[in-house]
Design a protein around this ligand. Structure first.
Ligand SMILES: [Zn+2]
Length: 90
């Protein structure tokens, strides 16, 4: 589901266009990079519009969400490590 943006929601310019490049975000003074992010950018007022896909990609890279992700990874790793020992005399 892609929305098509033809006009900048901020200044109304029709110069807004879809771009794909590395995005540098900032969370509480900590900058992070989202590689190959697709979003709309207005060259007139520098407004940026993100689709849902882009937003979830940003969230995946943002330190704001990093804690939860790390915990998920740890649980997965633990399960993998425990599994072979669960089989007796394997
Ligand atoms: Zn604009």
């Amino acid at each position: 589901m892609n929305l098509i943006i033809k006009r900048c929601p901020t200044c109304g310019s029709d110069q807004i266009k879809k771009v794909c490049r590395d995005w540098t975000g900032n969370y509480k003074g900590q900058s992070y990079v989202v590689p190959d992010l697709t979003f709309y950018e207005c060259p007139v007022c520098e407004e940026r519009v993100f689709e849902r896909e882009a937003l979830s990609k940003i969230q995946a890279h943002s330190p704001a969400f990093a804690k939860r992700q790390r915990r998920v990874k740890k649980i997965k790793a633990a399960q993998t490590a425990v599994a072979p020992r669960a089989i007796p005399h394997a």
